[in-house]
Design a protein around this ligand. Structure first.
Ligand code: ADP
Length: 485
């Protein structure tokens, strides 16, 4: 089966969040099961610089905002990928510094509508083998709003690959104005509430939902949640009406990268049968990074870690509100890595200045430190208000760092609260709160801290988490059956 994967980021070339991880791991899992994959990415400056030898497959002229735009399609083999990468090289749109979606001051690139409309047009053309490469895709699988138009462009073709669209986060809708729609000369029959129109403008995410043959999202619970007004961002009615083609398939984690027994970023390795000595050395290294010298007291005290985008979705405001109380009542330490909204960054840094021995904050994006936090912390905090799937809680389970999570989306599908019943049937692997409040979050952290003080209970919770395999192979099987339906 030939599958054209179309996405706006892929680890390790360009990654801003979980999407990048999935776009790396899923096609590899599919390739391992025999699928013939091409992964199409935009030629961002930072991405092009990481490519070795490239072959020009051809040029495609497609409509942009001001007339035609010429895109060069490159093919390259990258040591990180077992299949060929295709890259849309279009310097006016992608050859610029910084983030794929926002400029240095965090503002969306003003021409995002054109950037991703052009990318989608090229993707659809390649899906139809417009360059005559003799590689006709059976499936075009696109991801998130940046590629939502791929299915829409394909829908108009008489003979075409099956289109699959995956929603990794419904909160990002790719909303643009009517004048963008006109300037980009998008087909006028798309402009209706049954098409891409959304409250006077249009949504590229909606295009994916409307026009794809199959829509998936990244956990079964999130697939149900997005059909409700609470989680639907105004698209719940549409999603409810398309439930017949909507499936929730849980992401996996890439255990060649996220495995405490082999992780290249860790000073010490460990596994479920012998957790403590290795975990302790990682904790020491993690604390030393912030404290210089680490005494026994600091090593003994529970360390709560967080890695993630510092945005409201991730419950950072709950953390900020709960921390002063938890610092006063308990001996817990906190280590937090992330970047995002300036207000959260500033507040976290202020808290770290107020408690230099107990609150450690690193603002930025640091892959190595993320691994060390997963391994060196005792408890992982992930109180997301909503979470399509979430990878960090799965990493933390694999690293023997039980997570504290709100019962939503993929968190609800992967974390089992610790109580008498779940300890008895050996399913307890973390701490779950089911009311979206600061108090409920703080209470769950207190329960986790209490369990940490009971070594036998703690070891059982850790081992249950480490034993659960979030296997990409299984998810890949679900996608393959969907592709063949
Ligand atoms: P989301 O996709 O909503 O950001 P996920 O939990 O699904 O959340 O995935 C986040 C991914 O990004 C994980 O691989 C996580 O380790 C990584 N990540 C997020 N923020 C940072 C950061 N500041 N430094 C390093 N890695 C980060």
């Amino acid at each position: 089966m030939k599958i054209l994967f179309v996405a706006s980021e892929a680890f390790p070339l360009v990654k801003t969040g979980g999407l990048g991880d999935v776009v790396y791991s899923l096609p590899h899992a599919l390739a391992a099961r025999g699928a013939d994959i091409r992964l199409l990415l935009p030629g961002y400056r930072a991405l092009l610089r990481q490519l070795g030898e490239v072959r020009i497959l051809g040029w495609l002229d497609v409509r942009g905002a001001e007339g035609m735009v010429s895109a060069r399609v490159l093919e390259t083999r990258h040591p990180g990928f077992t299949f060929p990468l295709w890259v849309v090289d279009c310097p006016p749109l992608f050859d610029r510094p910084g983030n794929p979606y926002v400029n240095a001051s965090g503002q969306d690139w003003p021409d995002n509508a054109e950037r991703f409309a052009v990318f989608a047009r090229v993707a659809a053309q390649l899906g139809l083998d417009a360059l005559g490469l003799g590689w006709q895709a059976d499936v075009a699988h696109a991801h998130d709003w940046q590629t939502g138009l791929v299915a829409a462009f394909l829908a108009d073709a008489p003979i075409r690959p099956k289109s699959v669209f995956t929603i990794h986060n419904l909160a990002y809708g790719g909303y643009f104005s009517h004048s963008d729609f006109v300037r980009l000369q998008l087909p006028s029959h798309w402009w209706s509430p049954e098409g891409v129109e959304f409250h006077g403008g249009f949504s590229m995410l909606k295009a994916g939902i409307v026009y794809a043959d199959a829509v998936t999202t990244v956990s079964p619970t999130y697939a149900r949640e997005i059909c409700t007004p609470e989680y639907g961002y105004g698209l719940d009615g549409l999603l409810l009406s398309r439930q017949y083609k909507l499936t929730g398939i849980l992401n996996g984690i890439d255990t060649s990268i996220w495995n405490p027994a082999t992780d290249a970023h860790l000073p010490a390795h460990y596994s479920a049968s012998r957790i403590n000595p290795g975990k302790r050395r990682n904790k020491q290294a993690l604390l030393a990074r912030f404290l210089g010298s680490v005494d026994d007291e600091a090593l003994r005290a529970p360390l709560c870690g967080l890695v993630g985008r510092l945005v409201e979705q991730k419950g950072i405001d709950w953390i900020l509100a709960a921390l002063p109380g938890l610092l006063a009542e308990t001996d817990a330490r906190f280590v937090l890595l992330g970047s995002g909204q300036a207000i959260f960054e500033q507040k976290l840094l202020r808290l770290a200045r107020q408690h230099p021995d107990r609150v450690f904050v690193e603002i930025g994006y640091d892959e190595a430190l993320a691994h060390l936090i997963e391994a060196g912390s005792d408890i992982f905090l992930m109180p997301s208000r909503f979470e399509p799937c979430g990878l960090n809680q799965m990493y933390s389970l694999a690293y023997g760092t039980p997570p504290v999570v709100y019962k939503t989306g993929g968190l609800a599908d992967t974390v089992v609260d610790t109580n008498e019943a779940t300890l008895a049937d050996a399913t307890a692997n973390g701490f779950v709160f089911d009311t979206p409040t600061v108090d409920a979050f703080a209470e769950a952290v207190r329960r986790a801290l209490a369990a940490y003080r009971q070594p036998a209970v703690w070891r059982r919770v850790q081992q249950t988490g480490m034993a659960r395999v979030f296997d990409w192979n299984e998810s890949a099987g679900h996608y393959l059956s969907l592709y063949s339906m």
